[in-house]
Design a binder for this molecule. Structure first.
Ligand code: NDP
Ligand code: 2IT
Length: 450
């Protein structure tokens, strides 16, 4: 058999290698494809990145941990789920990235998320490496006691691989302040240390102000920067948001705050369409419905007497579309629907919600498209600020953190413009990938073949 190695620096060879090494991890293949499609031509023009085995190292995680998570449900049954932590790249700092609890979680999903996270964290300008983790545990319908036992059991194993200076997890789908609190408590008990090992903590015990809001707010700060760059503004724009969880709720809040009209939101069962717009009071109802009652978005339609359909929210007339739920929710079909409905801007709150083909359709139709690694980086950026506050035993005010978040999102926008401008068009995907890559690649080269 031939040696397993990257034959040359073409996209085809890169994809061949990762498909050979990681068969069936289709989301990971997709993420590598999406990044490398813009990096390969850049490397061709920059010799420095050509001869170091750099790309081979960049597409292979430094470490992947898989573990059994045993737990007991409320009926006394012994149950088992799988836990994952992929520590993808530590060139820029300790591994950093969220934990996802969802039945769809597998190694390929965690790897795609950790790979994307590496470039996203680079874009924030903060000293953060890239990692991601999670479990195929389904939090839906579980009691609070079950969630606590599960989170504790998950940390019983995870604590061996994380610390405030090696790897700092946070939330993602299915993991919010409640789960972070249980995991933090268990880590503290296991290690007898009170350190910032995880971010997204409650404000009473080391959490940062604005962390809860940061991904959604940051998304809108980024959208505003993109629109302003075209002498437009978000004010008065009709906005459609998918999801109704953490990112979607605070994207909606900031959109309303900036004078936009949000007409649709969704969950994994269906979407509501409220032609009058979701106002602050209605949004409070959604927060209560989702965060406290853990109900379905359908109940909003019943309460406010509006349209509800068991489909995604994309086939409506809108100016701005913000996918804030899950990967691959916008395929070719939905991208065409959005274009036909005259969308001018699509910005990703979720990670990889648009397929490679969907992105091409949007870009070729002149839609301004922002990839998640740029537009949803506000969440991890404020996590980075939480780490700084914890390390210095400080707690900054809401305004201080919010201003830093605004600055970080504006700086990310500038980097996308710097590396993505082509004539009078800005390719935000290209800009984000190249800007994210340069910093990671330079640090890797400086640190040698490790
Ligand atoms: P939440 O668990 O708070 O909310 C997830 C929302 O998405 C829910 O409304 C959920 O519906 C919906 N959803 C989940 N899976 C699917 C699916 N397969 N199809 C349709 N809808 C689905 O998670 P977050 O808001 O934190 O995360 C949303 C996205 O944002 C993810 O892609 C995440 O990786 C990304 N992200 C999150 C950050 C954060 O700080 N939290 C930071 C950056 C990105 P239901 O209730 O029916 O399951
Ligand atoms: O996808 C993401 O950037 C997150 N889920 C947040 C990660 C973090 O460490 O705050």
């Amino acid at each position: 058999m031939e040696d397993i190695r990257l034959k040359d620096l073409s996209l085809d060879s890169i994809l061949e290698l990762i498909k050979f090494r990681n068969p069936e991890q289709k989301e990971f293949h997709q993420a590598v494809h999406e990044v490398m499609e813009t990096i390969v031509p850049f490397i061709k023009d920059h010799k420095k990145y050509q001869n170091t085995g750099l790309i081979e190292r960049l597409i292979e995680p430094e470490r992947s941990v898989l573990f059994r998570v045993p737990w007991e449900d409320d009926n006394g049954n012994y149950r088992v789920n799988r836990g994952f932590r992929v520590q993808f790249n530590s060139a820029l700092g300790p591994y950093k990235g969220g934990l996802r609890f969802h039945p769809s979680v597998n190694l390929g999903i965690v790897k795609f998320l950790a790979f994307e996270q590496t470039f996203k964290n680079s874009l924030t300008g903060l000293p953060l490496g890239g990692g991601k983790g999670g479990s195929d545990f389904n939090p839906r319908g579980k009691s609070d006691a079950e969630i606590m036992r599960y989170s504790q059991s998950f940390m019983n194993e995870l604590h061996r691989y994380v610390s405030n200076v090696t790897d700092v997890p946070a939330g993602d789908i299915g993991v919010g302040e409640r789960e972070v609190g249980y995991m933090f408590g268990q880590y503290k008990r296991l290690t007898a240390e009170f350190t910032g090992v995880i971010t997204g903590k409650g404000l009473a015990y080391g959490g940062s102000k604005v962390r809860t809001q940061s991904t959604g707010y940051g998304l809108l700060y980024f959208v505003n920067a993109m629109l302003r760059n075209r002498d437009e503004s978000i004010e008065g724009k009709k906005v459609v948001i998918s999801g109704s969880g953490n990112v979607a709720q605070f994207a909606c809040e900031k959109a309303i705050d900036l004078g936009a009209k949000v007409v649709a939101m969704s969950d994994s069962n269906g979407a509501i369409y409220d032609k009058d717009g979701i106002d602050e009071e209605k949004l409070e109802y959604i927060k209560h419905l989702k965060n406290v009652k853990r109900g379905r978005i359908k109940e909003y339609a019943e309460k406010y007497n509006c349209e509800y359909k068991e489909i995604n929210p994309w086939n409506v007339d809108c100016d701005v579309a913000l996918p804030c739920a899950a990967e691959n929710e916008i395929t070719e079909k939905e991208a065409k629907q959005l274009v036909n409905n005259n969308v001018i801007c699509v910005a990703e709150g979720a990670n990889m919600p648009c397929t490679v083909k969907a992105i091409k359709i949007l870009q070729e139709s002149g839609v301004i498209y922002a990839p998640g690694k740029a537009s949803n980086a506000g969440g991890v950026a404020v996590s980075g600020l939480e780490m700084t506050q914890n390390a210095n035993r400080l707690s900054w005010s809401f305004n201080t953190v919010d201003e830093r978040l605004i600055n970080i999102m504006q700086r990310i926008h500038k980097k996308c413009v710097k590396y993505g401008t082509n004539g009078n068009q800005i390719n935000y995907l290209k800009g984000a990938n190249i800007a994210g890559f340069i910093k990671v690649a330079d640090a890797m080269i400086a640190q040698g073949n490790v």
